[in-house]
Design a protein around this ligand. Structure first.
Ligand code: ZN
Length: 267
């Protein structure tokens, strides 16, 4: 029984035994960027970590140290944002995961909460599979959250209720709903988010102010820690269920090695 699923909480023998037991690693991918006056700059990183850990408990995996920063030129007009270039980011992702592959990790679940990382993660994931033999699944956890909670939380918006809930689930002291000043215009924000999230047409926006003048928009004022914990459970359940199924399907079509049969869902 592991005391934690976080790689950096464990000892070397714990990790060696776990790689033998079930060679699954989860890489949380977030970002450090402004989230208005009410949420911490690490919101995306906290979200990816806490969901990653909950998924790891359900799938019997280890959570790698999250990438320290993400790719977020969108938010650079505001203090509180640190960005990497896609090249640097991809190297950090690849070199982190390749290290685990050398120690026996076979399955990689990249759990992403930051839209700016998507393109870089796709390229890194290709290489981790093709050049390093890992079975790779990238999950856009922020979109899973939107699918499950978008209707009741006024959509997935930057600094809105879904993001507040994700932080409240694990680090409630970092959320300051009393400091909310004013949200940017909702209908403009939703219109621009829709424009940039369609599958067929993909415009490049200069920065977040094209979507939200104040840097954020949404309705986080009614978010609570209790609702955050429920959202966390629902998202982790959904991801663990779907990811387990997808890994089994990948094994079936790609001829998973014998040791890959160790993959299982704990509960
Ligand atoms: Zn965010």
């Amino acid at each position: 029984m592991l005391p934690s699923r976080y790689f950096i909480d464990l000892t070397q023998p714990d990790i060696a035994a776990q790689f033998k037991n079930n060679p699954l690693v989860i890489l949380p991918a977030g970002s450090v960027e402004q989230h208005g006056p009410h949420l911490p700059t690490g919101t995306d990183t906290f979200a990816a970590n806490v969901i990653g850990h909950a998924v790891a408990e359900r799938m019997d995996g280890l959570v790698l140290p999250s990438t320290p920063l993400g790719v977020t030129p969108m938010h650079m007009p505001f203090e509180g944002t640190l960005t990497l270039t896609p090249d640097t980011y991809m190297r950090v992702v690849k070199e982190t995961c390749v290290s685990t592959a050398r120690h026996g990790a076979k399955y990689l679940l990249i759990l992403n909460w930051h839209e700016g990382n998507i393109a870089s993660l796709a390229i890194a994931a290709e290489s981790l599979h093709r050049d390093h033999g890992m079975t790779v699944l990238t999950v856009q956890a922020c979109y899973v959250a939107e699918e499950l909670y978008g209707k009741t939380c006024n959509g997935l918006t930057h600094g809105g209720e879904i993001e507040a809930l994700a932080v409240l689930a694990d680090r409630p002291n970092l959320v300051h709903l009393d400091r909310i000043d004013y949200s940017s215009d909702h209908s403009h924000g939703h219109k621009m988010d829709k424009l940039r999230r369609t599958r067929s047409y993909q415009p490049v926006l200069t920065d977040i102010r094209s979507i939200a003048q104040t840097g954020w928009f949404g309705s986080p004022q009614h978010a609570t820690a209790e609702k955050g914990k429920k959202m966390l459970t629902d998202i982790a359940d959904a991801i663990a269920r779907e990811a387990t199924d997808i890994f089994h399907q990948l094994d079936a079509v790609q001829g998973g090695a014998a040791e890959l049969r160790h993959l299982r869902q704990v509960k």
